[in-house]
Ligand binder design. Structure first.
Ligand code: TXA
Ligand code: MG
Length: 342
């Protein structure tokens, strides 16, 4: 298929919106990562998204809307907490999981009775959704398993020839995907950590926000599970969190410890591997530069892959900071939970 790669002019956004409303696939920028959109009410269109990405069909999609009041298209019940969160954080990188209306097909929600909804903080995205006149199901616009795309060039790399339109935009401001917050239980629960942290959400609603225990497992536990030495008795509540993710083509190892030790060990390992003929890339963010790390991490993985490195050595971030925790969640998955402590 020929993919139209378009500048985000009003005319082009209108053209893309028409294609979307007619069942086509349109990739578009958001403030977190680029999304691959389809009419959330059109099961055939949604199925084509799963196909284009090579995504397992039990992995539900986030439904994007262009104004907060459109949340009524996806759910009937709005609790005071939900209203508060919308007031405080929309438009923005917060996805709310709520009880779904019958009109939202189960193909969109991976068979679940709940639906994830988000109002993105990006002008092009909101114009597109508004003109399409339908809620837009959109996973990240990468091939399943690859790092999420934070520039339109990343989307072209993965999806050119597989989708109808790629709308260009600026590099994404946030760089990691939205915080997914489950609002269907007694206590709000973070299913996927993001730039909006538990502390910020708690401050807005004045009550405890939990983190899905599946997201809190250590690298060691995850490795034992992957190698079959331990059974996995904690199933992530966000189906997408159980899949292999963000994998660069290179091998990857995380080095964790005090800053100076980490630097020294990365240099040592780099030297040893280069002596053996490997091309080595390093990802080492400034200490406590969590926002910058979130912004750059996925793009660094793709850049290093394009440079053809064999091995990526990455310095662990402190995960006691909420944003650091969100970036480490991605870094550990990219590295297949390969980590050494120094
Ligand atoms: O920032 C973002 O959220 C980006 C942009 C494009 O909006 N989208 C994104 O979508 O990251 P995706 O499909 O790559 O990730 C959606 C995550 C998955 O882990 C999925 O399992 C979870 O949200 N999810 C979606 N609907 C859910 C539901 N009803 N219950 C639990 N988890 C859900
Ligand atoms: Mg994704």
């Amino acid at each position: 298929m020929d993919t139209l790669i378009l500048d985000p002019t009003d005319e082009n956004i209108a053209k893309a919106a028409k294609i979307l409303a007619d069942g086509g696939l349109v990739a578009f920028p958001t403030e977190t990562v680029y999304g691959l959109g389809a009419d959330a009410l059109n099961e055939d269109a949604v199925k084509r998204v799963y196909e284009a990405k090579g995504r397992p069909s039990d992995n539900p999609m986030i439904v994007h809307i262009s104004r907060a009041s459109d949340i009524g298209q996806t759910t009937r019940m709005l609790s005071p907490d939900i209203v508060n969160l919308i007031d405080n954080f929309w438009p923005g990188p917060l996805t709310l999981v709520v009880k779904k209306r019958d009109e939202i097909p189960k193909t969109t929600t991976g068979g679940l009775d709940t639906v994830a909804v988000r109002l993105p903080d990006n002008e092009t995205a909101r114009k597109l959704i508004n003109l399409a006149g339908v809620p837009v199901a959109a996973p990240s616009a990468n091939l399943s398993g690859r790092p999420s795309p934070t520039t339109y060039e990343h989307v072209v790399e993965d999806l050119n020839g597989k989708v109808d339109v790629i709308l260009k935009g600026e590099p994404c401001r946030v760089g990691i995907e939205s915080t997914v917050l489950d609002m269907t239980g007694d206590t709000p629960m973070i299913l996927r950590p993001g730039i909006l942290t538990a502390e910020q959400l708690e401050a807005a609603i004045g009550k405890k926000v939990e983190i899905d225990p599946a997201a809190l497992r250590t690298a060691n536990e995850m490795k034992e599970i992957a190698e079959g030495r331990k059974t996995d008795d904690v199933i992530p509540k966000a189906p997408g969190m159980k899949y292999k993710h963000y994998a660069p083509k290179a091998e990857m190892l995380i080095v964790e410890g005090a800053r100076d030790n980490v630097k020294r060990e990365i240099e040592r390992l780099k030297g040893l591997n280069e002596k053996l003929g490997s091309k080595v890339g390093v990802i080492l963010f400034e200490e406590r530069a969590f926002i910058e790390a979130a912004h750059d991490f996925f793009a660094r993985l793709r850049d290093l892959d394009n440079e053809g490195v064999d091995l990526i050595l990455a310095g662990a971030l402190s995960d006691t900071d909420g944003v650091g925790f969100a970036v480490m969640n991605r870094m550990l998955k990219s590295a297949g939970y390969n980590i050494v402590k120094v």
